[in-house]
Every structure is written in C-alpha cells, then in structure tokens.
Write a protein that binds this ligand. Structure first.
Ligand code: HEM
Length: 428
C-alpha cells in the first residue's frame, strides 16, 4: 500500500495530486488531505486563507519536536512579515498590549514565571473540587431540553457549559455570566468575520475583567481570580495587567476548545454506534474506565484544536529535512500528527479502549494545555450524563449537511441537531 512504501523511494509511482486545503470540503473532512501531506510534503509551506504564508508540520515525530523546540518562539514580534497592523495574537480583534502578554504569546523566562504563578492557583485539586458544580451545570442544561425530544447540542449544551464553568471557576458573579456568554458567542461566531463586533466584545471583556480584579483585590474569596491575586513566587505577584491577561487567556483558551471537545466527541459517537454502545454499557455498569480512555481517544480521533497556535522561527530551524528560515511562521497540525500511522496503530479507527495513546490534542512541551484537567472533567461529565440520561440520542440531520466553523486553529461544528425519546417529567 502507498502508506507502507518507503518514503521518498525513487521507484515509487507518482503521487496523486495535492488535495486543496482550507476549502469547505476540507473543513468537513481534512484527514485525507493531512494523510497526503504526511506522506508527500510533511513540512510544507503554504498560503493560508488570510494570505499569510506558513509552514505546516504534519508528522507526529516532527510535530512533537517542533512543539518542544525553543528556537520556535511564541512571540508574534518574531514574525518576519512584521506587524502589518493585524492582530498576531490569534485572538480576533485583540489589540491591547496588556491582554496580549498572555501565556500563548510569550517565551521563557516570562512564560516560566507566569506559568509558575498561575499553576499555584489553578491546581488539579481546585479542578477536582469543582466536579460537583460541573455535574450540576450539566444536569441543569439537560433539564432545559430533556422533555422536548430534540435539540441543537452545540447551541444549548456544548456552548453554554464551558462558559458557565469557567466563569464560576474564575469567580465571575452569576448575574454577570450571561453577558459573558454573549461576548464569548460573538467571539466564536465571528472569529474570522466582521471585526467590529469582536473588537467590541473583547473591549467589554477587558473592561469588565479589570474592574472585577480590582474589586476582588479588596475582597478576596476562594475563587480562581482571588487565587491568582494571592499567588506568589519568591515574593513576586501578578500585576493587575498580568492577572487580566491571565483571566482572558483562561477564558479564551478554555472556551471554544471545550465546546469543540464536547461537540466533536458527541458527533463522532453518534456516527459510531458500536463504540457508543460499548461506552453506554460500561457506564451503566458503573465503570468509568472506558470513559477515561475514550475521551482521550475522541480527542485524538477528531480533536478540538486542529492546529497548535502560531510559532515563529527565531533562526533557521531544520524540521523533517526542511530548513525553515528565520522569521517564518510554523503551524503544527495536531490533527494530522494524531493520525500518523508511524505512531498510532490503525490511526483512522476509533477505539475508545486505546491505551497506547500519547496524542498531541493538548499540545506538548512548555505550552502544554494548562486546562487539561478541567477539559477532561467537563468532557467526561458531559458525555457520561448525556448518554445516560438520553440513551437513544441520535443525529437528526444528514451528516453531509453538518457545517464546520471555518477558523484555522479550532475544529468544531456550527450545529449538531439530535433527537431522543423525551425524558419523562419528574413525578409524572
Ligand atoms: C494551551 C488544547 C481546554 C487553558 C493549549 C494548547 C492546546 C490546548 C493544544 C497548546 C497550544 C500550543 O502549544 O500552541 C486544549 C483542548 C481543550 C483545552 C483540546 C479542551 C478540550 C482548556 C481549558 C483551559 C485551557 C478548559 C482553561 C480553563 C489553556 C492555557 C494554555 C493552553 C492557559 C496556554 C498554556 C501555556 O502557554 O503555557 N490548550 N485546551 N485549555 N490551554 Fe488548553
């Protein structure tokens, strides 16, 4: 088979033509194009829809190496094309110098200092203690549509759950959370579209966070923002600007990613009845083992973050036999690396019980996802509760009609209509 043919063998037949990237068809199923890139052009310079040129890295080994390479900077100032008046933060409409200085845009030693400080407040223990609240939020959202027999799972479930969860964790008062929901909705709906609304939303979030941090400082509680204010390392604290940028990156990095984790996972399971039944059986037996390995496999199979965020070569860097010149952007394609047959057995097969699964869905190296424990908690709770409460849940649309949001970095559905037998009202 072509996949087994020696890579670069001169006697190999001419490769099929390069598939188009970044079209609607590509968005619906990018995996064949990624397989082509891994095989024929594993480190590939291409023009993105924005016109900016970047290198795509698609093989697992190269991807892991690139994610851990200190010569690839996260600081957008290293981009040779320079600041052409465009936001290079990856955050639509985001221009503020202070919000820009967040974990995903900085290198050591600043990154080391800020990551150490936030890690003191955003601990696995804090996340574990949050589990009952995530369950309560999940059940509350399902209560909202369980009697109806149909729902768009993105709109009424995958979207609100993470935003309420992160707001609660941070300590945003409940009465303000619907504002956040609207602002966040604006950012994800129009991430690649009309800038005006997005910029306004970011501005509102910025103003709100600055005020909230200021208020918390005077009246510390046991929420994460208070934890961030309290955290100190060798006598050093976060400044107010740093705290605001930290809250912003937690909101931004923890929101759409989790929407997609929940949405993509349910979409995959609804289309793989055999795997979904296995999971439902094990949940019914009170066994969470398959849920734990399953959520990792779902992330590997059709992950929430398709491409890792931007990196820039600070000097010529060799990856997979190609030399990337200084100043060029590098995008590590996590979705391609996680289906590399050189690392995963049967990479295109969903196997919820897969054990040897060092996927890159949460990244790798010093920028490894800070929120992975929270994402796992939300993903596992969402899936287990939904599949248990609405056991015959099924897709209520032709799979070919489902549309994916068009952003470059994230991979997620716009809508996911489902039908199910309505849950009987309590006491009925
Ligand atoms: C970083 C994925 C949820 C906070 C990352 C990175 C990935 C990722 C791939 C590395 C990006 C890179 O190196 O370019 C995901 C996925 C999630 C998820 C798939 C859900 C399924 C969350 C949540 C939070 C969060 C819930 C917080 C509430 C962060 C932060 C970083 C990060 C702060 C930057 C860390 C650093 O630069 O040191 N995430 N994430 N993420 N994530 Fe997540």
């Amino acid at each position: 088979t072509p996949a087994d043919a020696p890579r670069g063998c001169p006697a190999a037949p001419a490769p099929p033509p390069a598939p188009p990237l970044f079209t609607w068809e590509f968005a619906a199923d990018p995996y064949p194009a990624y397989a082509w890139l891994r095989e024929h052009a594993p480190v590939h310079k291409t023009a993105l829809p924005s016109g900016v040129e970047a290198w795509l890295v698609t093989r697992y080994g190269d991807a892991r190496q690139a994610l851990a390479d200190a010569r690839l900077s996260k600081n957008p100032l290293h981009h040779a094309e320079g600041a052409r008046g465009k936001s290079k933060t990856g955050i639509p409409g985001e221009r503020s110098a202070n919000l820009m200085t967040h974990l995903l845009n900085i290198d050591p030693p600043d990154h080391t200092r800020l990551r150490r400080l936030v890690s003191k407040a955003f601990t696995p223990r804090r996340v574990a203690a949050f589990a009952p609240r995530v369950q309560e939020l999940t059940d509350g959202l399902i209560d909202g549509f369980a009697a109806r027999g149909e729902v768009d799972l993105i709109h009424e479930f995958a979207f609100p759950l993470p935003i309420y969860a992160i707001c609660d964790l941070l300590g945003v008062p409940r009465e303000d959370q619907d504002d956040f929901r609207d602002w966040a909705g604006m950012m994800i709906r129009h991430g690649g579209g009309p800038r005006g609304g997005v910029a306004r939303s970011v501005k509102k979030i910025r103003t709100y966070l600055a005020e909230l941090i200021h208020r918390k400082r005077a009246d510390l509680g046991d929420d994460l923002i208070s934890g961030l204010i309290r955290a100190s390392d060798h006598g050093e604290h976060l400044t107010e600007d740093e705290a605001a940028a930290m809250c912003f990156v937690l909101l931004f990095a923890g929101f759409e990613t989790t929407v997609n984790l929940i949405g993509n996972s349910l979409h995959t399971l609804l289309r793989r009845p055999d795997q979904r039944e296995l999971l439902q059986k094990s949940l019914a037996a009170g066994d969470t083992g398959l849920l734990t390995t399953g959520i990792e496999e779902l992330l590997r199979y059709d992950g929430a973050v398709e491409l890792a965020t931007w990196r820039y070569a600070t000097e010529p860097v060799e990856i997979g036999g190609r030399t990337i010149p200084a100043g060029d952007p590098v995008l590590v394609v996590l979705a391609a690396a996680d289906r590399d047959p050189a690392r995963f057995t049967g990479p295109d097969t969903l196997d919820l019980a897969r054990r040897d699964n060092p996927h890159l869905g949460y990244g790798h190296g010093i920028h490894y996802c800070l929120g992975a424990p929270l994402a796992r908690l939300e993903g596992q709770t969402a899936l287990a509760t939904l599949l248990t409460r609405l056991p015959d849940i099924r897709l209520a649309a032709d799979p070919d009609d489902l549309r994916w949001r068009g952003g470059l970095i994230m991979r997620g559905l716009r809508t996911l209509p489902v039908a199910f037998t309505p849950e009987a009202a309590e006491g009925a």
